[in-house]
Design a protein around this ligand. Structure first.
Ligand SMILES: *[C@@H]1O[C@H](CO)[C@@H](O)[C@H](O)[C@H]1NC(C)=O
Ligand SMILES: *[C@@H]1O[C@H](CO)[C@@H](O)[C@H](O)[C@H]1NC(C)=O
Ligand SMILES: *[C@@H]1O[C@H](CO)[C@@H](O)[C@H](O)[C@H]1NC(C)=O
Length: 194
């Protein structure tokens, strides 16, 4: 008693896809993108301490700095350079395109300043604490949690040794396959509604 090929293919592809998606979620690959300063962007006169406290950052998240090129820049610096605003040392990275994407790769504190003019001392600086994305069971409260189900233990063969009247058993291997298939695809579709 073989399952129809279509069902088998559906079963295996959905099972693999669920595993892959779950792996992505667990590893925190589902990242958030934050525009620094939100609609105000990266500019003078904005309190980035307040901005940074509005969010919790995890590894894999991305910061976008938007500003007029050559009016500002973005330096990732050490804490002491963040405090002193003296960039003669302690610069870890520098960006100046006017639309800089910074991926937060490591779980640690990150410090950013603008090194143009007196902008850093004027308040264009902030520090954020980036936590490890994978310890954060449901990343950013968005995704439904996925649980990969093991395949049914008896994929085919008649139920010879079972006189229980369990409804589950009587559904039979093909019923399971079809059910799993549908559930898997519904979950996948749920994950990517946009
Ligand atoms: C950030 O995380 C803390 C501790 O888990 C929580 O209390 C707070 O509500 C979170 N803030 C945001 C903006 O998600
Ligand atoms: C910045 O630091 C360097 C070396 O630590 C020092 O020589 C320089 O004077 C400092 N600049 C300012 C503006 O304090
Ligand atoms: C199966 O049926 C036999 C006889 O009808 C009964 O003695 C036995 O206890 C049943 N086993 C289970 C697991 O229900």
């Amino acid at each position: 008693m073989e399952d129809p090929p279509l069902l088998q293919r559906c079963y295996f592809s959905s099972f693999l896809l669920v595993l892959v998606i779950q792996g992505l979620l667990v590893n925190g690959a589902r990242s958030e993108v934050y525009t620094v300063g939100d609609s105000e962007g990266w500019d003078t006169g904005i309190d980035y301490g307040v901005w940074s406290h509005n969010y919790n950052f995890s590894t894999g998240d991305i910061l976008i700095f938007k500003y007029v090129k050559s009016q500002h820049n973005v330096y990732e610096v050490t804490e002491s350079t963040y405090r002193s605003c003296n960039s003669s040392s302690g610069v870890l990275d520098a960006y100046d395109t006017g639309s800089d994407r910074v991926t937060l790769k490591e779980a640690r504190k990150h410090w950013f300043i603008c090194d143009v003019g007196g902008h850093c001392l004027g308040g264009m600086r902030f520090g954020i604490d980036v936590s490890r994305g994978s310890t954060n069971g449901s990343p950013h409260g968005g995704a439904p949690s996925l649980q990969a189900q093991p395949p049914p233990s008896t994929p085919d063969g008649p139920d010879t040794n079972n006189n229980g009247s369990s409804k589950l058993k009587s559904a039979g291997p093909r019923g399971w396959t079809l059910l799993f298939c549908i559930v898997a695809w519904v979950r996948l579709v749920d994950l990517f509604p946009k």
